[in-house]
Design a protein around this ligand. Structure first.
Ligand code: R1P
Ligand code: URA
Length: 318
């Protein structure tokens, strides 16, 4: 490894996602888990060219879709993993980037049934402030205390054109699409208002507090605001355009969860729509590197964990 400021291997691989220049495309579809990434790589029209799994298990599949180079990558869960993914992809990709996240979410809106899709037009981050939990108190917090303990950022906006393309492509499949404000929370539990007997989160009434204080609050998940935040502060000469679509998995008002089969069907529908949106997005200055890149090499190349036969990995994509 070299360079303590931005560590990378002698070969130029980044420390965490473990990719080097030429192995990722300017158009990126990011997902939370490996089965979703593999199911997207199997969608009609996607031709996988290069499959990579990092020691820390981030996995990327770079290929061609409707003539465009697209990388499907697992950004796993939470702010930190999205941070590694976007910053290290940025390092190995030249020129502008378009990134779409397809994830799942909870919704507080009784009018949004599980299985509907939410493409927010605003995002906010929520962080639990540890300084508000240092005493022995276990009584529910007042509205003022909730506002101090679960700190909500100001709104951030995705790329309006990419979000609009995403909505149009999803609507064309017959799915209902909602917009509103998406909260990316530091926890699946405390800051999303899930009640625990094991920890003094003191978060009774937190979802109602968000509903009272955040206009058009439509969904809660754990990464999208950070993606949008990184995109808005990307270097001006190498812009990042970002948007996100979320499958309503948890209906928080009625306490209903989407079934696994319905979830996987929704993933395939939204994944195809996201590929179509990414392929249609205008991205001037895109650099498909056919010299060091993977797009012109015949067949599928693969870098996986040491003790795995690439043939077994590729079978997953058949
Ligand atoms: C929590 O179960 C995970 O689900 C949501 C949250 O953002 C978090 O990552 O998204 P994914 O379905 O993309 O993982
Ligand atoms: N992902 C989340 O972060 N929250 C939910 O309620 C469902 C999926």
């Amino acid at each position: 490894m070299q360079d303590a400021n931005f560590p990378s291997s002698a070969e130029g691989r980044t420390y965490h996602i473990n990719l080097k220049a030429g192995e990722a495309a300017n158009r990126v579809l990011t997902v939370g888990d490996l089965p979703r990434a593999l199911s997207f790589a199997r969608l009609p029209g996607f031709e996988a060219k290069f499959v990579h799994r990092a020691p820390r298990l981030y996995t990327s599949i770079t290929g061609l879709y409707k003539g465009r180079a697209i990388t499907i990558v697992t950004s796993l869960m939470g702010f930190a993993n999205m941070d590694f993914t976007v910053r290290e992809l940025r390092h190995v990709i030249s020129g502008p980037m378009a990134i779409v996240r397809v994830g799942t979410c909870g919704t507080p809106d009784p009018q949004i049934p599980v299985g509907d899709i939410i493409v927010p037009d605003k995002f906010r981050s929520v962080h639990r402030d540890p300084d508000c939990f240092g005493d022995d108190s276990d009584s529910p917090m007042t509205e003022d205390e909730l506002a101090r303990a679960y700190v909500v950022s100001k709104p951030m906006e995705p790329c309006a054109d990419l979000a609009q393309l995403l909505r149009e492509q999803i609507r064309a499949t017959g799915r209902t699409v909602h917009a509103g404000t998406g909260l990316a929370c530091c926890s699946f539990y405390s800051s999303q208002g899930r009640i625990s007997q094991d920890f003094r989160d003191r978060n009774q009434g937190l979802v109602d507090h968000y509903l009272k204080t955040i206009p058009d609050f439509s969904c809660m998940e754990m990464e999208s605001s950070h993606l949008v935040d990184l995109a808005r502060c990307a270097a001006k000469d190498r812009p990042i355009y970002a948007a996100a679509a979320h499958i309503a998995l948890a209906q928080r008002a009625s306490n209903v969860m989407l079934g696994d089969d319905e979830k996987h069907e929704a993933e395939r529908v939204v994944g195809q729509a996201a590929l179509d949106a990414l392929a249609a997005f205008d991205l001037p200055g895109e650099t498909v590197d056919t010299k060091t890149g993977v797009y012109d090499i015949p067949g599928v190349s693969c870098v996986w964990m040491q003790d795995v036969d690439p043939a077994d990995v590729l079978k997953e994509l058949d």
